[in-house]
Design a protein around this ligand. Structure first.
Ligand SMILES: [Mg+2]
Length: 252
């Protein structure tokens, strides 16, 4: 393997000698708000549910739900509206939002700027790929069908959905499950995420994280690189994110 030079930093790939940082083998992508602009649909469905329940969801509550499970989102919404709901009502509200979001997703989905090119070039480089989403399989499949049709094939080796994991982001379990399925170690992976919950999950899994927050504020953390978006990001930039995270490990 040749020496790789990126962003003014020179390092040697893991196969060259022991003790050096591992090279990039896999990229694990969040879905909503990272690859596709679907967060607005979840938001719209929740604002509509709030009206059905006779209230109005605040922007702050909506922001807090980004990247969360439906259960947690419903708890935030109910607290915001000052409602006390039974477990049965909570589940029925969650189903309402899921069904309404499914309707909205079926009308069409847009890539986030730069995401399509990133997925294509990561694939073309022969890197392993996973989609790791908190969204349930039923809804994720609507998005995946669109992505597969657009790219004329499935760009993901592994897909892990919110109803297929023992714990959801910010727990690292979904990312660890995807890494195990891909047969890669965390230190060979970059996670691409937009939400605080997702970034937290990626870092806790041991991967380097490229954060592209659009709605939530993200605090600096070791292993985390933050950018405005994915425009201009390709495999070389992701390799640099991984290399920088390993530099964080080395004592000065
Ligand atoms: Mg997201």
């Amino acid at each position: 393997m040749p020496t790789v030079v990126l962003m003014g930093t020179t390092w040697v790939s893991a196969t060259d000698r022991s003790g050096t940082a591992p090279s990039l083998r896999a990229v694990l992508f969040d879905m909503d708000g990272t690859l596709v602009e679907t967060e607005q649909y979840w938001g719209q469905a929740m604002f509509e549910l709030a009206r059905v329940l006779g209230g109005r969801m605040s922007e702050a509550a909506r922001t807090a739900t980004v990247g969360s499970s439906l259960r947690r989102s419903m708890t935030i919404l109910h607290a915001d509206l000052g409602l006390v709901r039974t477990e049965e009502q909570l589940q029925s509200d969650a189903r309402w939002v899921e069904d309404r979001t499914a309707e909205l997703l079926s009308d069409g989905i847009s890539w986030c700027p730069g995401a399509r090119e990133l997925v294509r070039t990561v694939r073309a480089q022969g890197l392993r790929t996973a989609l790791v989403t908190t969204t349930p399989r039923r809804l994720a499949e609507i998005v995946l069908r669109t992505i597969r049709a657009d790219l004329h094939g499935d760009p993901f080796d592994v897909t892990v959905c919110g109803d297929e994991v023992p714990a959801r982001k910010p727990d690292p379990a979904p990312y660890r499950q995807a890494m195990a399925a891909l047969g890669v170690a965390p230190e060979e992976c970059v996670v691409v995420e937009d939400s605080v919950a997702g970034i937290t999950a990626g870092l806790a899994s041991g991967a380097a994280v490229l954060g592209v927050p659009a709605v939530q504020e993200v605090a600096p953390a070791p292993g985390l690189t933050v950018r405005d978006g994915l425009l201009g990001v390709g495999p070389a930039e992701l390799a640099a994110v991984l290399a920088e995270s390993h530099l964080d490990d080395v004592p000065a």
